[in-house]
Design a protein around this ligand. Structure first.
Ligand code: CMC
Length: 428
């Protein structure tokens, strides 16, 4: 791109090249800013205007409500794809053919056994531990059981690290849930598909044969696809920045899980359900909670609403809302909080506060209703998000390492004390 950006600092002017993406997004490349200006930097808390990388994985247009993985629209992927196919496309760039998919699945299965000693770590957690804490600790612990570092220049080593985490993380997810439910830690079966196996590992009771409900399986497959990547969000940026220090894949993903946990990010799905339940327990007065959300003296926010990037409908929320309706209908469940959710959405969509700020339902608004209908405890909702996001984290980590990106290390503007003398303790 030949155009340039011109920046005036004091009496001096500086030129910076513009970078254009394949969807015509434009950035000012300020790589030379600090050197050229002898110390001036940009300041952008929350990185609202800052691109941290160039990436070929996910395209998102928040104004138009577009989301594509590797060029494929989220709507087509959710309707026609399977989670494993989508994971493959995210990680390796294209949808797999049958042989590639079969090999990927078979390699994942061959690496899915977790060291028995991991069970001792799980034993040490209290039963009321939050499963996100369990999952992030266990993912980190896997580093100790797989200590050799990955040579990222070796395609084979990179591939092995990827299939290992794709195989082992679902086991940890299932075990985190079984721990809080007091169920024995089991394995599924390598004769099953990826999603079927996850369901068996999560839901099988020790004294009953587990029969997969195809309606729940399809809904889970779809939900995981919808969560699989979302470009440079908080947890993904965490994975990339931790990985940029050359920390391994398990350690980077473990950090991503911790970042996802917060209620402004993946933890919102749990917070939404708790909010809907609280509204129900309080007599279902949605207007009262709308008023609280708008009150600047109240810290309450309408959970599941608003998004840093989407200033239009989150396309994932549209798909999830329909999926929630279908699932509850197919399973014959009448969940009163679905009505509360619908009521809140209608009010928000017609309320000037939400309209002016372009606050729409996000991916987390209806997903909890689906998880609950599947029999997943509320504390596990964010864990399910993590399971879905795993391929995205892997793809972003792989891209960052393959492109030999430099260590992530933002600068700051210091606002503290100027130089002062140390005063000995007895004189203070
Ligand atoms: N309820 C009430 N007001 C809100 C909400 C909300 N959910 N979200 C944003 N606002 C207001 C906010 O108070 C601010 O108002 P003003 O301009 O008067 O100060 C304005 O809208 C802009 O908000 P912001 O906090 O500056 O926007 P942000 O881009 O920094 O934050 C967000 C985005 C997702 C953190 C925020 O919308 C939020 O807290 N939402 C609720 C939590 C949630 O649902 N998170 C899930 C996000 S999607 C999945 C994921 O990322 O994992």
């Amino acid at each position: 791109m030949s155009e340039k950006a011109i920046l005036q600092v004091g009496n001096n002017s500086y030129e910076f090249p513009l970078v254009k993406g394949t969807e015509n997004e434009v950035a000012i490349n300020i790589k030379t800013l600090r050197g050229a200006t002898k110390g001036v930097i940009t300041l952008d808390p929350g990185f609202k205007n800052t691109g941290s990388c160039e990436s070929a994985i996910t395209f998102l247009d928040g104004e138009k409500g577009i989301l594509r993985y590797r060029g494929y629209s989220i709507e087509q992927l959710a309707d026609n794809g399977s989670f494993l196919e989508v994971a493959y496309a995210l990680i390796f760039g294209d949808l797999p053919n049958e042989a590639q998919l079969e090999k990927f699945h078979s390699d994942i299965k061959s690496k899915s056994v977790v060291d028995e000693d991991v069970k001792k770590i799980i034993d040490a957690f209290p039963k009321n531990a939050h499963p996100m804490g369990i999952l992030s600790s266990l993912t980190s612990a896997l580093v100790a059981f797989n200590p050799s570092s990955v040579n990222v220049d070796s395609e084979e080593e990179m591939y092995n690290a990827i299939v290992k985490i794709m195989g082992k993380l679902p086991v940890l997810v299932a075990w985190a849930m079984r721990k809080i439910k007091g169920l024995p830690l089991n394995y599924g079966s390598n004769s099953l598909g990826y999603i079927d196996n996850i369901m068996k590992m999560m839901f099988e009771k020790p004294n009953e044969e587990y029969v997969i409900n195809p309606i729940i399986k399809n809904a889970l497959d779809k939900l995981l696809i919808l969560h699989a990547d979302h470009e440079q969000n908080c947890s993904t940026s965490t994975v990339r920045i931790v990985g940029s220090s050359h920390a391994g894949l398990f350690a980077s993903v473990s950090a991503g899980i911790s970042a996802l946990w917060g209620p402004l990010h993946g933890g919102a799905n749990q917070a939404v359900l708790e909010m809907l339940e609280a509204i129900r327990a309080d007599g279902g007065d949605t207007k009262k909670y709308m008023a609280k959300a708008k009150d600047k003296n109240d810290t309450f926010r309408l959970m599941g609403f608003g998004h840093r990037v989407y200033k239009n409908f989150d396309p994932r929320a549209k798909i999830i809302k329909i999926a929630a309706d279908e699932l509850l209908n197919d399973l014959g469940i009448d969940d009163p909080i679905l009505d509360i959710a619908r009521g809140l959405e209608q009010e928000a969509l017609n309320d000037p506060y939400f309209v002016e700020r372009k606050l729409y339902p996000n991916v987390d608004f209806y997903s909890g209703i689906i998880y609950r209908a599947m029999g997943i405890p509320v504390e596990m909702f964010t864990v399910m998000f993590a399971l879905g996001r795993l391929p995205g984290w892997i793809a972003q980590w792989k891209e960052m390492r393959s492109r030999k990106e430099p260590i992530g290390r933002p600068r700051q503007i210091y606002t503290g004390e100027n130089y002062r003398e140390f005063i000995k303790l007895e004189k203070r």
